[in-house]
Design a protein around this ligand. Sequence first.
Ligand SMILES: [Zn+2]
Length: 75
Amino acid sequence: MRKIRCISCSSEHSIDVTAEQMAELSKRPRRLIQDICPNLSTDEREILISGICGVCYDEMCDELEEEEEKELNLF
Ligand SMILES: [Zn+2]
């Protein structure tokens, strides 16, 4: 179990990963995270890879979509 703090909202998340899994994740090229940590949810995988929790990740995606819509409206 590891505590990882979201780099965006600073909330702390307890992620159930072993030292072996963390070592695998830092290797390059990295195997697919769903192969390394099949027990984790997509949100938990997200914070492991990018340091951003699922909530912030969703918000970022929403903002990107809004920006794309604005650009479309220019034409
Ligand atoms: Zn967050």
